[in-house]
Each structure stands twice: as C-alpha cells, then as structure tokens.
Design a protein around this ligand. Structure first.
Ligand SMILES: Cc1cc2nc3c(=O)[nH]c(=O)nc-3n(C[C@H](O)[C@H](O)[C@H](O)COP(=O)(O)OP(=O)(O)OC[C@H]3O[C@@H](n4cnc5c(N)ncnc54)[C@H](O)[C@@H]3O)c2cc1C
Length: 396
C-alpha cells in the first residue's frame, strides 16, 4: 500500500462535502445506502431498462430525482452549465461526456457526432471545460467495431460504414484541435477495443503533433495493456507526436469473463484485483516518468493510486499544475478525492455525463452495480458520507 501523501488527505470530509447542504448530504447518503443492496440494484436495473424502452413517466421521474441527479449533469448541454460552474468554483474542471451508447442508425451516429462537436465548442468558450469524450460505440454499430478489429478480413460491405465512422471521428478531432480542446477516447469491451485503438492512434498521429489533443484509454484490468501502453508510447515517439493516455482499471470485468468462459477463450482480465492494481500503478509510474512526451489522466477512485500519482509529482518535483498530469473522477462519486486534490493544487476534473434520461440508463446501471459491488473501493463512498453526517451531527 502507498504511503499517504504528506500534504494531502482524503479524510478531510469537511472540505470534500462543503458543497453539499445538510439536505443534499442526507439524500446522497440514502442513495448510496440503497445502492449497497444488491437485490434492489438488480431489480432497479430491470425496471430501469423497462422504463427506458417504454418511456414510463413515473419511473423516469423517480430516476431523474435520484440516481440521474447524482451521476449526470443534465439532459443537455444547457442543463450542464450549473454543474460546470459549481465544480469550477471549487477548482474542479469538467469533462463533457455525451453518454449515448449502443446506437445503430446513421442518423443517431451523426446526431451524437454533432452533439460532441457542440460540447467541444462550449468547452472552447469555457475555461472550466478542457476535454470532451468520444465513445466509439455511440458513433458506430457494435457489430462494425467488432468486425473491424481485423480490417483485412472485414466483409467488404462494411467498408463504407467503417470509412464513415473514421470520417465522423476525424471531424470531431479536427474541430477539437482547431479549438484547442482535448478529446478522450473511452475504452470499451475487448472485442471492440482493437478498432478503437487503431482509430484513436490514427488520430493521435494526426492531431498530437504540437500539443496533446487526443487521448486513448488503457484498461489496466487487462493483462496485455501495460505492454500496449509502452508500445503506444514508442510508436508516438518514433512519429514525433505526444501520446495522450487516460489510465483506468476497466468497467466490464464480469461481461469480459462471462464471454470468455462462454466462447472458450482465455479471459483478457487479470486473475486478481492485486494484479490489476499493480499494473495500474506501474502505468501511472510509466506515464509520470515520461511526462514530457505523455499527457496522462489518472482516472480512478482508488485512494492509493491517487496518493501515488500525487507523491510521484512531489518526488520528481513536477509542477502539480503541469498540463500533462491530470486526475479525474466520475461526477457524483469520490468527492473526497476530487475536492481535496483540487484544494491541494492539482489538476482535477470530473467526467460529467449528460443526455436524455432514457439514453443514459445503461451508464446509470453500471454506476449502481459498481456501488453495490462488494469488491473495489465502493464501500468507501458510504464511509466518507457517514463520517461527514456524524461530523455535522445529522441522523440518516
Ligand atoms: C474519469 C473516469 C473515466 C473512466 N473511463 C473508463 C473507460 O473509458 N473505460 C472503462 O472501461 N472504464 C472507465 N472508467 C471506469 C473504471 O474503469 C473503473 O471501472 C472504475 O473507476 C473503478 O475502478 P477504480 O480504479 O476507480 O478503483 P477500484 O475500486 O480500486 O477498482 C475496481 C476495479 O478493479 C478491477 N477489479 C476488481 N476486482 C478484480 C478482480 N478480482 N480481478 C481483476 N481486476 C479486478 C475492475 O476493473 C474494477 O472496476 C472510468 C473511470 C473514471 C473515474
């Protein structure tokens, strides 16, 4: 375990929850307490999917006032402005994430592309928004992404759709580059990831010549990703461009393991959490070691990895405001990390997903499941909320 950083403590709940009124704090506590109940989360996920399909008013309004309010910035860009401003007042930046995924029509793909470009324009006019997110499963059909993993053997009738996808991505990156706004490519399931990596690296080569605009995401729960991060660095170095690297552990563990077992191939996921943690921390060390050529984002709610990143900056005497070293957490989670990091002077941002309620339900279900998980860091969310409740002498 990493030694806590000397000037940084995530235990200061008064700083972490200063932005929450007593009423908000209690509501958040109750929501996280409910999400600890796995049967309730399973039931809620089923109801959520049903509500998304049928647009059931009363369920939508329940979702809006609870889990949506906790984890999303709003239904559109305009709604997000108050969240962006609130975060910025506490020196926390916003990464805009138009959270639609799993779409299948050209019309939807173009709509999502246009919305991301609108986000980039808002970012350019707002010091508080440095980056927008691209999720390729929102810009192309999953079947196409899976088939395009092997371009040489992809059926020829998919070629037009693949070229259209690259064109959409290029349009976003060109606009972002012109505006000086960063673009994060999210990482997805391993069977889609080869296509994502290829396109992301294509954009890295094209747009990261003079500064880092494009970041790919590296999921350290995969046993091949530390190696791939280093290979991407060497590739960027030989081309004389910056590498952008968002480092995450990975969100699809169960799905990955189930599919591998079903189809009879070796799971790409580490066997233990300890192995994932070790690779995560090595990735952070590697990026910090090469921070002049790699712009990185330590995207995690794990306390030890956040302390590690802060300690490495100290140890190497790197300016905590260096634009190549960034921290990021998801909106609605780990405020005790984000606000304490911001107060200590580090570059910290929140991923702020937004979109129509029924469209962001898959994202909300992932957050609820993550928070009901018995592994990982999630028990801590409640632990910190409950210490702040005690400090304020509030009853649940
Ligand atoms: C800003 C931000 C952006 C993100 N973007 C992406 C993205 O683009 N793509 C994506 O996939 N995820 C993304 N995530 C989610 C991320 O991958 C994790 O699911 C989530 O953050 C929990 O991991 P953690 O590092 O915060 O902490 P922890 O709670 O310490 O780790 C939990 C994670 O450890 C891993 N793990 C748990 N148990 C085991 C086990 N038995 N064996 C092996 N590994 C295990 C899993 O990855 C699990 O999610 C993002 C997260 C953040 C904060």
């Amino acid at each position: 375990m990493e030694e806590p950083h000397p000037q940084l403590s995530f235990d200061d709940t008064s700083k972490a929850f200063r932005h929450k009124s007593n009423k908000d704090l209690k509501e958040t506590y109750r929501l996280f307490a409910l999400m600890k109940n796995q049967s309730l989360v399973s039931l809620g996920s089923g109801i959520g999917k049903f509500a998304a399909r049928l647009n059931v008013g009363i369920i939508n309004s329940l979702i809006r006032n609870t889990i949506f309010k906790q984890f999303c910035g709003g239904e559109n860009l305009l709604d997000c402005q108050s969240t962006i401003d609130e975060l910025y007042q506490k020196s926390v930046l916003t990464i805009l994430d138009y959270g639609l995924e799993g779409k299948s029509s050209e019309e939807d793909f173009n709509h999502i592309k246009d919305e991301i470009i609108r986000g980039a324009r808002l970012a350019a006019s707002n010091d508080s928004v440095p980056v927008v997110v691209v999720k390729l499963s929102g810009l192309a059909d999953n079947d196409l992404l899976a088939l395009a993993a092997d371009l040489d053997h992809m059926p020829s009738d998919y070629r037009v759709a693949y070229d259209a996808l690259v064109e959409r991505v290029d349009e976003i990156c060109a606009e972002a580059s012109k505006l000086g706004v960063g673009v994060f490519f999210d990482a997805e399931e391993s069977w889609l990831q080869d296509s994502i990596d290829r396109i992301a690296m294509q954009m890295v080569m094209k747009y990261n010549k003079t500064k880092c605009i494009v970041y790919n995401t590296y999921q350290m729960y995969r046993h091949d990703r530390l190696h791939y991060l280093k290979a991407s660095y060497r590739e960027a170095q030989s081309a004389g461009v910056f590498l952008g690297a968002k480092i995450v552990r990975g969100a699809y563990m169960e799905k990955e393991r189930n599919r591998a077992a079903e189809k009879g191939y070796e799971s790409p996921i580490h066997k233990t959490k300890a192995e994932t943690d070790a690779d995560y921390d090595d990735a952070i060390r590697f990026c910090t070691e090469h921070y002049e050529q790699i712009a990185s984002c330590c995207a995690t709610h794990n306390i030890n990895s956040n302390y590690l990143q802060a300690s490495l900056l100290d140890e190497k005497q790197i300016d905590p405001k260096h634009p190549h070293i960034n921290f990021c957490q998801l909106y609605g989670m780990s405020d005790y990390i984000s606000y304490n990091l911001a107060e200590a002077g580090y570059n910290v941002a929140k991923y702020v997903p937004y979109g129509p309620i029924k469209e962001v339900i898959p994202y909300l279900i992932r957050r609820a499941k993550e928070n009901s998980s018995v592994t990982g860091e999630m028990g801590r969310e409640l632990k910190y909320l409950s210490s702040e409740m005690k400090r304020r002498k509030l009853e649940a």
